[in-house]
Every structure is written in C-alpha cells, then in structure tokens.
Write a protein that binds this ligand. Structure first.
Ligand code: ATP
Length: 548
C-alpha cells in the first residue's frame, strides 16, 4: 500500500469514527487532549462487544480459567517488585543485551583496568548473549561456562575488547562508568529520567506543604539534592495508575487458586484500563496514554511451558481471525533472542497488517517463574503450588511444591477495536434503479461485535407505522438484542447510515405491514431484502445472529 493510500485509509477511519460516533477526540471543545480519546455511542458498544467476546471465549467457555477485576491503584510495592518503579527522579538505563532496566546511580562501578565479565544465568543464555553481542557490536566474546570474557575498562570513558593474545584492544566502546547490576553488561542505552507510569498521591497529607517547608529549610543544596529530597517526600504517599493489568493476577495468585480450588494448569483473566505516559503516541488509538487491555496469566508446571505457549499462540490467533473479514492480515512473529525480556524464554507477537505495515496487536509470552518469584521475594508471602499427585523431581518423594511457570496472552482491547474498524471498512459501488452507479461505505463488522444488531425503520413517520416499529423494537429489547428505532431522513439515507454504523440487519415497516403483517429484512452485506411475518422477526434475527 502506498504512503498516500495509508494516509487515506486512516484518515477515512478517523473521519468516519467522528461522524458516526465511534471515537471522538477527548475534550475536543477545549482544543483536544493529545492521545486521549472518548468512545462515542457506537464505539462504546463495539468496545464492550469485543471485550465481552474475549471474556466469553477465555473465561465462560473454559473450566480452568477464572476472572478478576482488580483495583487500578495498587500498593506501590507491587511496582517495585515488578520492576516498573525503578525510579522517577532517578536516571534509568536499559541493558542493550538483556533488556534489564535499572537505576544508573545504584549500578556497580568497575574501576580502570577492571575486567568486565558478563555473568549469565546459564550456559544457554551465555551462548545467546554472545550471539547478540556479535551481531550488534561485531565482537565475539569468549565463553567460559556461564561467563562471557574479553572486555576491560581502559579509561574513564572507554572499555575495550581484547582476545587472549592481544595487549591492545581490538575494538573500543564508550564506557558510562557503570555496568548492569544483574549481568554486568557495559552495553547500555542512554540515561533517561523518565517513568511510563502516571503518579498520584493517596491520603490526607498535603505533600506541597512538606515540600515547601523542606525547600525553605534547605540551605546551600544543589539541584540534584533538592530533587532527591522532594522525591523522598513524594514517595511516602505515592500511588500509580497501573501500566498493565497483569500484576494483579500474580499478586492474587494464592487467593484465586485457593478460593476456587484451582488445579494447575489454570488461568486468571482480567480486562480493563491501563495507563502509560507514552513518549510517542501514534496512529490514532493504536498507542494512547489510556487504553484497555485483555490479559490472562496461565499457570503451568515447569517444563510444560513450550507446549502451552504454542497452545495459547494458536488459540488467540484463531480468536482474532474468527471475528475478522480478512484473516490473512494477521500473522505471528516469534521474538528474536535479542528482543526477549531477560525473564522470558520465548514470545510471539500476534501482528496485524495496519495501513503502515505489520505491527503488534497481542503478545503471547512465556514468562517463566519470574513474576511469582519476584512477588514472593518482595512480599515475603509464599506464591507456590503443591501438587500431591506428582513426585518431586529432586527428592523423588511423593508431592511436589513448585513455583508455577506463566504463559501470558496480553492483548490490547482498544488496539483490537482499531483492527476491527480497519477490517470492517469497505467502499462499494452499487447499482441504482435507473442503471447508474453510486457508492456506499459499509462497515462489515462481524454481527457478534456490531454495535447495533438491528435497526427498525418505519418507511414514513405517520399512518401508524412508527407505533408498529416501536412495538417491534421493544420486543428486541425484551430478547436482550441491541436494536434501534430510527425514523430520521429518507429510507435510502437511513440504509446508508446503518451501513456506515455496521448494523447487520435493517427491518422496514411499510404500508403492506398494516395490510398483511409482514416487514422486510435487509441484509447489510448483500443488500438483499426478504419479506417476512413481523411476528417472527425477533426469532429470525436471533437465529441469524447466533449462526454468524
Ligand atoms: P508496544 O510494543 O506496541 O508498545 P508492548 O509490547 O509494550 O506494546 P505489552 O506491554 O505487551 O505491550 O501490552 C500488551 C498489549 O497491550 C499490546 O500488544 C497492545 O495491544 C496493548 N498496548 C500496550 N501499550 C498500549 C498503548 N499505549 N496504547 C494502546 N494499546 C497498548
């Protein structure tokens, strides 16, 4: 697709979203808030339908998955344990090899002449880090068991790569004066004073008072000291808007497992709002600061994670495709070793072909036992599972206590909504009765997610037709089907409007209805109209919806 076409399709979606009431710019009358969006009358239905379908397929249709709805604001220790809270006023750095994120000011600081061994978890990781370093920095470090060797600090701001028989470095790199705490890696990103989480304060204490008296009392302290003093004050009552829904499922693992007597393998699912102060917000609702996620943590026995990762990768892919017109636009992308977070042993992205190219829609990650272990370590609570039926592989005795491994399918609900808007958008030429052609825009949503399931349209606003139409609408309401009464404008305009809203069926009440009790049902996609008895219309639509 050319760049022009990409823009046009996104522009058309953005404009249709506003016109038809799917998505509006937040606070538009005040000039709009960048990267925040409001879901309008049709958007809220579409979003709920997508999320309800997800819930149905993940929770209601599976005996081994249970749901929770946790609070958005959690104890700040949760974010310490998960690693999200590495620092606010502190410089953050990422290790380019392991993806470990850490505070630069707390990192180990090797001295001039020190060797810089990279210390891996195991030999496999050593091999993979060796390959990543070779690919990105063009030096092949020597593997010595779990260690990678050959790097040494050669000045305050440089380190070199040496082989066994060389005294002068074969390659030099910029040294930041510190290495990553877990792996000792000197291959690091630039420092950033930034945290993706939105911070607020909880409780009755007025931090502004404390801060102003701290500044008032402080004499001759530099800017850095003021910053860290203020940070200490703020930290005491700081709370954060969750940047993902996942952590609550780890923190509530024990409560969920015990209250519902769940046996491994089992999952905990949650959907809801997440917040990230994204540096780059882009492509309409694709990346925004406030968005909705649909995540599930599936707890499995160590050693079975590969099988379950593949299972969930396929199950999730099938789900996205089952609601789409174009299943070919979805694909998997396995993560390269150098892309994997240091705690993950494998990951697939489910990608969609957006107008700008393939990009992420959902991540399905094998997260090992990292999350439960981290929360166990930070909280002091046991987050393990006891399987009476299994033998402990180490002792050979009956009964095995272990920390479960986790497979996490993490999807964006609002990103999914964008995908289904793009997938549904069709422009078609249609023949007029006089032989000429006109065009229509039709949103071919899967009926399960279509915002309005059926519109009931009296041909004219008189002669008793509105009363008959309203009576039919109330029958739909009783049957739990989202129907809409619509009498504004000519019938042709109303059909066009409901094509753009993606309403699968329009029911028209006309003069003949009064004579023989029949109505027409118009199919959105084929535009074919069938006449049938008004008495049966709710049953017929119900059947059509359940078959689709
Ligand atoms: P990306 O690489 O696109 O930033 P991520 O890998 O950080 O996403 P995860 O943390 O894995 O995302 O979150 C799971 C899903 O949540 C993503 O696949 C995406 O669909 C959705 N998501 C994440 N960040 C945003 C955002 N800022 N706006 C909308 N959806 C998002």
């Amino acid at each position: 697709m050319s760049e022009n076409q990409q823009h046009t399709l996104m522009d058309k979606i953005i404009s249709l979203s506003k016109q038809r009431g799917f998505i509006f710019q937040s606070s538009e009358i005040y000039g709009g808030l960048k990267s925040a969006y409001d879901y309008g009358p049709l958007g809220v239905e579409l979003k709920r339908n997508i999320m309800n379908e997800w819930w149905r397929s993940m929770v209601h249709e599976r005996e081994n998955i249970i749901g929770i709805d946790a609070s958005i604001i959690m104890h700040s220790k949760v974010w310490h344990a998960s690693g999200h809270l590495a620092g606010f006023s502190d410089p953050l750095v990422d290790c380019l090899i392991s993806k470990e994120r850490f505070r630069a000011d707390k990192a180990p600081q090797p001295k001039l002449g020190d060797e810089l061994p990279i210390l891996c978890m195991d030999k496999g990781q050593a091999k993979s880090f060796q390959e990543i370093i070779k690919k990105r920095f063009n030096v092949e470090l020597k593997r010595n068991g779990k260690k990678l060797e050959g790097l040494k600090v050669i000045s305050n701001d440089s380190f070199g790569f040496f082989t066994d028989d060389s005294n002068t470095p074969l390659e030099t790199f910029q040294f930041k004066g510190y290495v990553s705490p877990t792996f000792g890696s000197p291959f690091l990103s630039e420092e950033r004073q930034f945290n993706l989480m939105f911070r607020s304060q909880i409780g009755p204490v007025d931090v502004l008072n404390e801060i102003s008296s701290f500044i008032n009392k402080s004499e001759k302290i530099n800017e850095k000291e003021i910053r860290s003093g203020i940070d200490e004050i703020i930290k005491k009552s700081a709370v954060y808007l969750r940047p993902e829904t996942a952590q609550a499922m780890f923190v509530q693992f024990q409560n969920c497992q015990q209250s519902m007597s769940m046996k491994i393998p089992f999952g905990i699912a949650q959907m809801g709002k997440s917040f990230r102060n994204e540096i780059t917000v882009e492509h309409f609702i694709f990346r925004s600061c406030e968005f909705e996620q649909m995540e599930m943590e599936f707890f499995v026995e160590p050693g079975t994670q590969k099988k379950w990762l593949e299972y969930w990768r396929d199950a999730r892919m099938n789900w996205w495709q089952s609601l789409a017109n174009n299943p070919n636009k979805f694909r998997y992308r396995p993560h390269e070793k150098d892309e994997l977070a240091h705690y993950a042993d494998a990951c697939y992205d489910i990608e969609y072909e957006y107008p700008w190219g393939y990009d992420e829609l959902e991540g399905v990650a094998s997260r090992t036992d990292y999350d439960l272990k981290k929360h166990e370590e930070h909280s002091g609570s046991k987050l393990s599972y006891f399987d009476q039926q299994k033998q402990d592989p180490e002792t050979g005795k009956n009964g095995w206590r272990y920390t479960p491994y986790v497979i996490e399918p993490a999807a964006g609900a609002t990103r999914g909504l964008l995908v289904y808007l793009l997938d549904a958008y069709h422009e078609e030429k249609i023949p007029n009765s006089d032989g000429s052609e006109s065009s229509r825009v039709v949103m071919k949503f899967h009926p399960k997610i279509a915002p309005i399931k059926t519109a009931v349209l009296p041909l004219v606003k008189k002669e008793g037709l509105p009363e008959i139409a309203r009576d039919i609408v109330s029958k739909f309401f009783k049957a739990g089907i989202n129907a809409r009464y619509d009498e504004q404008h000519s019938i042709g305009k109303r059909y066009r409007r409901h094509d753009e809203a993606g309403t699968p069926y329009c029911i028209t009440i006309d003069g003949q209805t009064k004579e023989d009790g029949t109505v027409t049902i118009r199919d959105r996609d084929s535009m074919k109209q069938e006449r049938m008895n008004a008495e049966n219309v709710v049953d017929i639509i119900q059947k059509k919806l359940s078959l689709s």
